[in-house]
Design a protein around this ligand. Structure first.
Ligand code: ZN
Length: 294
């Protein structure tokens, strides 16, 4: 296979450039940490660009004395180092929070076009082969905003575009998570969640990447976010492994460079960002013929 025909997601070569765009410190670890570590350990030069410093995050009591943005930026930098990230850039927006009025200077107060322009210049500067982001299917407005800006930035590029990949939480896995949450925490609001609305439709998943070999890095990165409650805390061992040792990815195609924005999803599970995988062993493309089979 010639290098131009190489699949940069499944055949990572030393020196490949990956750009990872996220909204908050911890998204890189709680969200797509396994895929980052997977790329970094294969020699990719990974940059994480984080739109905010996570000022609106809810903290574990006693872990964040002083300015929360400063604390969380430091956590981000330590976690990124654990994952093997070469560079961390911050865009300097304020965390919008889950809901309510938008703080001045917050990410969601900025037009998508503005955020896309900033990301677009980073993409042109770094010319990554792979552009990785979260799919926003947990419904956090900052995640959706970054996702929309990433798509807009790619759609506006002249010339070669990176492979755009979204890290997803498949509906089947979140149903498993919901079953467990309802069993162990029967008194919580989880009963109000509609299983059908959770996460990403399994049919959208294009790639399943086994990441057991980088589990130690992922765990170390998660642990660096001491001010935040890990979404994996308290899960059964089987479910925890399902989240942390397989990543589900969706390649995004923007036909005709038309401006496409992801539809806002109405997932309302606000507290637990979820993340999981199944028992896949290694990287593979999903056979399109099998995608309708959950
Ligand atoms: Zn986030």
């Amino acid at each position: 296979m010639t290098d131009s025909a190489r699949d940069p997601l499944l055949d990572v070569h030393p020196g490949d450039r990956w750009l990872v765009a996220v909204a908050h410190p911890d998204d890189e670890s709680f969200g797509c940490g396994s895929t980052i570590a997977y790329a970094a350990t294969r020699g990719a030069d990974v940059t994480v660009v984080c739109a905010t410093r996570g000022e609106a995050g809810e903290t574990v009591p006693g872990t964040a004395d002083g300015d929360l943005g400063t604390v969380r930026e430091a956590e981000l930098r330590r976690a990124a180092a654990r994952l093997g990230v070469a560079r961390v850039d911050l865009l300097g927006y304020r965390d919008s929070g889950f809901d309510g009025d938008l703080p001045g200077g917050s990410l969601c107060a900025a037009p998508v076009e503005e955020v896309a322009a900033v990301l677009g210049s980073l993409i042109r500067e770094q010319a990554p082969q792979v552009l990785l982001t979260l799919d926003g299917s947990d419904g956090h407005r900052d995640h959706l905003h970054v996702g929309a800006a990433v798509r807009e930035a790619v759609a506006a590029l002249e010339g070669p575009a990176p492979l755009l990949v979204e890290q997803c939480l498949p509906n089947s896995l979140l149903r498993r998570w919901l079953d467990e949450m309802r069993a162990v925490r029967p008194d919580t609001a989880y009963h109000a969640l509609d299983p059908a609305g959770l996460g990403r439709d399994d049919a959208d998943i294009t790639d399943v990447v086994g990441t057991s070999d980088v589990l130690d890095r992922r765990e170390a990165a998660i642990a660096e976010h001491r001010s935040q409650v890990s979404p994996f805390e308290g899960l059964s061992e089987g479910l925890r492994r399902a989240f942390l040792t397989v990543d589900h990815l969706a390649r995004v195609r923007l036909p005709d460079r038309s401006r496409q924005r992801p539809a806002a999803r109405s997932v309302s599970a606000r507290r637990g960002r979820f993340l999981f995988p199944t028992e896949a062993a290694s990287c593979r493309r999903v056979d399109p013929a099998s995608r309708s089979t959950p």
